[in-house]
Design a protein around this ligand. Structure first.
Ligand code: APR
Length: 388
């Protein structure tokens, strides 16, 4: 079993397979330091925590993660808070920085005797529709190499070798550009709210998400082709203050901006997720907008579904799970895509314009008002916001 990529999908899959005695190796193009340092999301759904708990992979997040169960929405029509932890299925998020989760998963896998080949870039998957698929790689010293396996799991992201190796005409690709870009910011500053903050403003969206007691993630809707470096720290904090209406709701706790990146809100789904002996999971299977922080949660869910199916096949001779894998994961993917799309429209005007059309803006305001006053709308929101 060859797994491409040491992100959440690849490492959860590797841990589960190794624990079941399935011989597997993870091929990762980056170094261990790079893999462990990559700052990404950190908003784990209750189901994700249950999956990790079930397999003994949740010690770090249980020790250092912090529960989150409240959102605060701010707009031209005022402010309201939603305690989603007491709505819908009464589930909460656990905030735990993803680089810490990846470090935990990697450490546990290696300490259990799992194999990772760092600085080994997969170039292509060959013969996936035959009995002996193989992966050609570029080793750390640049030499070419080849790995053979019964199955290959493509957990190497949207631009990885697994997707590139899918023969043309064998998959349908659904791409959607939401027409919105965010400037993703990491500030060395304590959180300014005790909730996830969503600020809707005619100048554009602003978001606030605590990461740790000392670090806060902010988002600023920006021009599609904007340059993160064009934003001075003063301009960033002044714009966040404007859009989060600090005049009405209190100041933001400022600090040094330690990381910035431009995020285009896009969706990109591959169907089916299986091509013979090659299976896609995580971002390799589907890219989702960060509006509801579902990416890593889908990756963990798909990794568990794939692990169970592979173990049933390799250890018990039952291929039923593998045959069902794609349809089962796509049902979760499309539900998450639907909710993320709903969130994008709740938080922004018409894509591609800061203020949007009057019609769409009125829809947006009405949707936000329904969320403020309707219990059934709140239950639906809570179930989808925390669920995967
Ligand atoms: N060969 C080997 N490794 C590769 C290759 C390749 N050709 N291309 C990419 N990789 C590695 C990357 O270096 C990375 O470590 O694959 C890994 C993919 O990890 P992620 O991008 O984290 O993807 P995934 O595990 O699917 O997690 C998806 O987690 O990163 C967050 O929120 C983000 O939605 C995303 C979610």
């Amino acid at each position: 079993m060859v797994i491409l990529g040491a992100g959440p999908a690849g490492l959860v899959l590797g841990n589960l397979l190794h624990a079941s005695g399935v011989d597997c190796v993870v091929l990762e193009r980056a170094t261990r330091v790079q893999v462990q340092a990559r700052s990404r999301a950190g908003f784990l759904a209750a189901n994700t925590v249950r999956i990790l708990d079930r397999h003994g992979l949740a010690e770090g997040l249980r020790r250092n993660g912090r529960e989150h169960a409240t959102c605060e929405f701010r707009s031209e029509d005022g402010r309201f808070r939603l305690d989603y932890g007491s709505l819908g299925r009464r589930e909460r998020h656990t905030v735990y920085p993803q680089h810490e989760l990846v470090t935990d998963l990697l450490t546990q896998y290696l300490e259990a005797g799992g194999r990772v080949r760092f600085e080994t870039a997969a170039v292509a998957v060959h013969g996936a529709d035959g009995p002996r698929p193989s992966v050609t790689v570029r080793e750390a010293d640049g030499r070419p190499g080849r790995w053979q396996a019964r199955y290959v799991a493509g957990c190497d992201g949207r631009h990885g070798a697994a997707r590139r190796s899918l023969p043309p005409g064998t998959v349908r690709r659904h791409q959607h550009d939401h027409g919105v870009s965010w400037l993703g910011l990491l500030a060395e500053a304590p959180p300014s709210l005790d909730a996830v903050g969503y600020a809707v403003h005619s100048r554009g969206f602003a978001g606030h998400m605590a990461r740790t007691p000392e670090v806060t993630r902010y988002y600023l809707q920006c021009e599609r082709d904007g340059s993160p470096e064009a934003w001075s720290e003063d301009r960033i904090w002044d714009e966040l203050a404007l859009r989060m209406r600090v005049e009405d709701y209190g100041p933001l706790r400022r600090g040094r901006i330690v990381h910035r990146s431009l995020v285009g809100l896009e969706s990109d789904v591959i169907e089916p997720l299986r091509h013979g002996a090659l299976f896609l999971a995580g971002d390799a299977a589907s890219l989702i907008s960060p509006s509801a922080a579902k990416g890593a949660n889908l990756a963990v869910l798909e990794a568990e579904i794939l692990a169970r199916a592979l173990i049933d096949d390799l250890r018990h001779g039952s291929a039923e799970g593998l045959d069902r894998y794609s349809a089962q994961c796509l049902a979760h993917i499309w539900r998450a895509q639907d909710f993320s799309q709903w969130m994008v429209q709740l938080l922004h005007g018409v894509p591609g314009s800061a203020g949007g059309s009057v019609f769409h803006d009125s829809l947006r305001r009405s949707r936000l008002e329904s969320l403020r006053v309707s219990r059934s709308c709140q239950d639906w929101f809570a179930e989808n916001y925390v669920g995967v």
